[in-house]
Design a binder for this molecule. Structure first.
Ligand code: SF4
Length: 264
């Protein structure tokens, strides 16, 4: 059986956020049907994912703002059951919520865990405090602020942009998300990127069942799903790349975390 090794997978543990970023790459302000991952769902999703995937270099916990999910610590403990199959576990926060003692205690025992703390200025009011707490507990952490973060891009245009296969391939090849194989799990399904998830789930593009893998099936067929995933990983582009300008060297860059206003 061919081994299945992934570079990167993120799981959105919530569609809720404390911020309202206009260019959110997870489209949080634009979601109509918001969900939170429950511990019960996480158990099934992780079990099925790791029955199909032998190893993942980077497994990230994102949202929305992950710390708005009250079951986050239990979900993290569930993920840690698979720690031998993960090189690095990352939690990304926007610095608006003070980290709990419960989280700090669990995180302090896990050397593979790294917390990325964003500081978007005055709106990230716990950014400094959280870094202090993480440091005090010996938890690896990194600050992303204006000095070291990527500027943002605008992926809100879902019209068909790349019409022929060579154009779609070229788009995917120049996209950092595609080349980084940054897969995403949300609402119980694995997608090739966050843009693909949003467009498919909201019926913004034509798609087929080959574009995602459902991880919540009770009768999850491991062999078929693994084959499907290996096929997805071997593809030179995803369906969504035809409708995307991605993040490429040509992308127009915008300041991070600009908040939506009533006029937008
Ligand atoms: S081009 Fe768009 S859809 Fe394709 S991988 Fe990049 S971000 Fe995702």
């Amino acid at each position: 059986m061919e081994a299945c090794k992934m570079l990167s997978t993120s799981i959105m543990v919530t569609d809720y956020c404390t911020l309202n970023c206009k260019l959110c790459l997870a489209y949080i302000p634009y979601l109509r049907d918001r969900k939170r991952l429950s511990l019960a769902e996480a158990k099934i999703v992780f079990y099925n994912y790791f029955s199909m995937v032998d190893h993942v270099d980077k497994f990230s916990i994102t949202g929305g703002e992950p710390f708005t999910n009250t079951e986050l610590v239990d979900i993290l403990l569930e993920l840690l059951k698979y720690r031998s199959r993960i090189s690095e576990i990352i939690i990304i926060t926007n610095g608006t919520i003070k980290l709990s003692d419960e989280f700090l205690e669990v995180a302090s025992k896990e050397r593979k865990l790294k917390v990325i703390v964003n500081n978007y200025g005055s709106i990230s009011k716990f950014s400094g405090k959280n870094r202090e707490l993480l440091g005090k507990h010996g938890i690896t952490n990194i600050l992303y602020d204006d000095s070291n973060r990527y500027d943002w891009v605008d992926c809100r245009d879902h019209s068909l942009k790349n019409k022929i296969e060579s154009e779609i391939k070229a788009q995917a090849a120049s996209c950092v998300f595609f080349s980084g194989k940054k897969y995403l799990i949300n609402h119980g399904k694995l997608y090739t990127c966050t843009r693909s998830w949003y467009r498919i789930e909201n019926n913004l593009i034509p798609y087929s069942k080959e574009d995602y893998i459902k991880l919540t099936d009770k009768n999850f067929d491991v062999e078929k799903s693994r084959e499907k995933l290996l096929n997805l990983m071997a593809r030179k582009y995803s369906t969504s790349c035809a409708y995307c300008s991605g993040r490429t060297e040509k992308s127009i860059l915008y300041p991070a975390a600009e908040q939506l206003t009533k006029g937008d």
